[in-house]
Design a binder for this molecule. Structure first.
Ligand code: ACM
Ligand code: ZN
Length: 509
């Protein structure tokens, strides 16, 4: 007996909203005779597409190189076309006609984003691992598209809680579908060190474990928290992200937020310790000693390993919430202050940041830090990530031609409850300050949403906090400002949420 196949419903409901959509008549039917035709340089893109299509439909679609074209009449064509002056970096054009789906771009990344749009035009069941009873009808349409910002990021804190590879890969899958291109990974903090550093094994032997966590009622829960990524794990995730055109920006938070660091190596503190990996949250007074040369040696050795593992040019060195109290009473820090002719205690931080920035530059990398690194003496090539306060200093920095990523905490910190940061507030946030002159807009590289995990213990909670607000941030990062519209977004979100449900992803509201 043959089962009657159900007709699927395709609709043009895409997040982020593309720059230009022109609906056309007719539909393309995806069948087990469909062929994927591709340039040699797009093999990985073709395999990415094939894997998803095969998983959902059960069709084993062949991938062939163009030319030769043969006589295939039901084809998906992926092409890099560097002569098309109309296309922008990361942009693409997608044309679905009854016999052909054409995706072309000037870069493989652009083709990848065209594929993501195609997947969103396919019925939501395309996200399933078993929907073999459908007729896959795809509406005809022409789309021209490119991003508003080159930096479309999401930060995950795995110090406070450790989620592991599978959770991260699932997030990367969603980031790809939403055309994000930067995954900022907060891997160290007071409550845990989560990355293997071969030269300093105590960082994970001691620093990756804590006794428990303080509850919102201010009690220690007594439930141990531990975990870290081996360098092999990291390489696996970096490759997974790269297949999705996502660069991973590692963050080692220094010189503050370092309790787990100095619990492992107390000689790098001002007092010598001892310390325990922290069980509570907030700003911690124990920080790295800026007076001791050993601090710089160890930090540079750590960044040597980081640079070896992560292909990213930009390396995040934190720099937020660093109290100066310990430096005040430390003879080494005082000697440093005098020797370097620094005016204020707080200048020890910019001294530290600039030494690390210079070191990273000497290794072909570029430092990025939270807005507390700002100082008139800050190294020119440092990238600032804005989260809180200091907006005038940030605007000065931009007017000096320096690069900034915007992560205004009241809008895009996804750990806040929905009562405080509802979806509409996240959606309506614009990373370009109102009074910033247009000639400086280019220095705002983009937007990044952040998930701090103090009170996020597991995957379900993490996804609840992140979705759907991350979907709103995707639209801000990609869609032209004048095309953004919350009512339209909400309608399209209904369709996207169906996709999340099919993918087994939790979401909040
Ligand atoms: C931060 O939220 N402390 C960057
Ligand atoms: Zn000191």
């Amino acid at each position: 007996m043959t089962l009657k196949k159900e007709r699927s419903i395709s609709e043009i409901s895409i997040i982020p909203e593309p720059v230009k959509i022109i609906p056309e008549d007719g539909e393309f039917i995806l069948t087990n005779k469909t062929v994927i035709l591709t340039d040699a340089q797009l093999k990985k893109n073709a395999e990415f597409l094939k894997k998803i299509l095969t998983q959902a439909t059960g069709f084993n679609l062949p991938i062939k190189e163009i030319p030769p074209r043969d006589k295939d009449s039901n084809v998906i064509i992926l092409k890099v076309n560097d002569n098309n002056k109309k296309l922008k970096p990361e942009g693409y054009s997608l044309h679905i006609s009854p016999t052909e789906i054409n995706i072309s771009a000037i870069t493989p990344a652009g083709v990848f984003y065209g594929i993501q749009t195609l997947l969103q035009i396919l019925p939501p069941e395309i996200e399933s691992s078993n929907a073999t009873n459908l007729v896959w009808a795809i509406l005809c349409v022409k789309i021209e598209d490119y991003p508003r910002f080159p930096w479309r990021g999401f930060m995950l804190d795995e110090s406070r809680h450790f989620f592991g590879k599978d959770v991260v890969k699932k997030l990367l899958d969603q980031m790809a579908r939403l055309k994000f291109n930067k995954f900022h990974w907060h891997l160290t903090d007071d409550q845990g060190w989560r990355i293997e550093i071969k030269k300093y094994p105590l960082l994970t032997e001691i620093g990756s474990k804590r006794k428990g966590t303080i509850t919102p009622q201010n009690r220690l829960d007594g439930i141990p928290v531990s975990g870290f990524y081996s360098q092999n794990d990291l390489k696996e995730i970096i490759d997974y992200a790269a297949e999705r055109f996502i660069t991973i920006i590692p963050e080692i938070d220094v010189p503050g937020h370092t309790t787990a660091f100095i619990a492992s190596y107390p000689e790098l503190s001002c007092t010598g310790g001892p310390f325990e990996v922290s069980t509570h949250f907030g700003i911690h007074r124990e920080v790295l000693c800026i007076g001791k040369e050993k601090t710089f040696q160890v930090v540079q050795d750590i960044f040597d390993e980081i640079i070896e593992i992560f292909p990213s040019e930009i390396i995040h060195t934190g720099g937020d919430e660093t109290p100066t109290r310990r430096w005040k009473r430390c003879p080494d820090c005082q000697t440093r202050l005098n020797k370097e002719g620094l005016e204020k205690l707080g200048d020890l931080q910019v001294y530290f940041t600039n030494r690390i920035a210079d070191y990273l530059s000497s290794q072909g990398c570029r430092l990025m830090g939270w807005n507390e690194i700002l100082n008139e003496k800050l190294s020119k090539n440092a990238v600032c990530q804005y989260w809180f306060g200091q907006i005038l200093e940030v605007i000065d920095h931009i007017r000096n031609g320096r690069d900034v990523i915007m992560s205004e905490m009241t809008a895009v910190y996804l750990n806040y409850p929905y009562k405080i940061t509802p979806l509409i507030k996240t959606y309506q946030y614009d990373p370009i300050p109102n009074d910033l002159e247009e000639k400086y807009h280019q220095y705002i590289l983009g937007i990044e949403a952040c998930l701090w995990a103090e009170f996020v213990k597991d995957r379900k909670r993490l996804e609840w906090q992140v979705f759907p607000r991350l979907i709103a941030v995707a639209e801000t990062g990609w869609t032209p400002k004048k095309k953004k519209n919350f009512n339209s977004f909400e309608k399209r979100l209904d369709s996207y949420l169906k996709r999340l449900e099919i993918s087994g992803i939790n979401y909040g509201q």
